[in-house]
Design a binder for this molecule. Structure first.
Ligand code: ZN
Length: 172
């Protein structure tokens, strides 16, 4: 298990559409283990493979609040089957858009089909934080970031802040 570097915006890889996994093998399981370590270390509650530079349709999540009781979830090739027309708003952040937050509206319930850690087909009915988190992570698989839902002005303000943080500033 290893903690990997998380890519941050702006980075072209984050805009790439990820490819489906043909078979969940040991290689994918190692990637999921590393992604989980990386996510816990960040700390975050969700991570898509492209955020560590791997363009595969793989997501890990853990939305349990209790640090002592980890509840990791693994989604390979997730597909949203149903989306509710009712919406919910959460203040979202993203490990690839560090220290920036914005209220984003998304369907408040969804049903997802996916392969689990062992490559077994599963489906899940999600609502609340889980539904929002899955949709946020699935956007990563399409190269979409939450800031893309904001107005041009808000988005450009966030991008400006990010580029400022990136420049190597030294105080001596
Ligand atoms: Zn994210």
């Amino acid at each position: 298990m290893a903690v990997k570097k998380i890519l941050t915006e702006p980075n072209k890889l984050l805009r790439q559409v990820s490819s489906p996994v043909e078979k969940v093998s040991d290689e994918e399981r190692k990637l999921m283990d590393d992604m989980l370590d990386t996510m816990y270390a960040a700390p975050g509650i969700g991570l898509a493979a492209i955020q560590v530079g791997v363009p595969k349709r793989i997501i890990v999540m853990d939305i349990s609040k209790d640090e002592n009781k980890k509840e990791p979830m693994y989604f390979v090739n997730p597909i949203i089957k149903n989306k509710n027309s009712e919406k919910a708003t959460y203040e979202e952040g993203c490990l690839s858009v560090p220290n920036q937050f914005a209220e984003i509206e998304r369907p408040n319930k969804c049903e997802v089909e996916y392969l689990d850690y062992n490559g077994k087909k599963q489906s899940l009915k999600a609502d609340g934080l889980l539904a929002t988190c899955i949709q946020h992570e699935m956007d990563h698989l399409e190269g979409i970031l939450f800031i893309d839902y904001l107005s041009k002005l808000k988005k450009s303000m966030i991008l400006k802040k990010l580029s400022k943080n990136k420049s190597s500033r030294i105080v001596v």
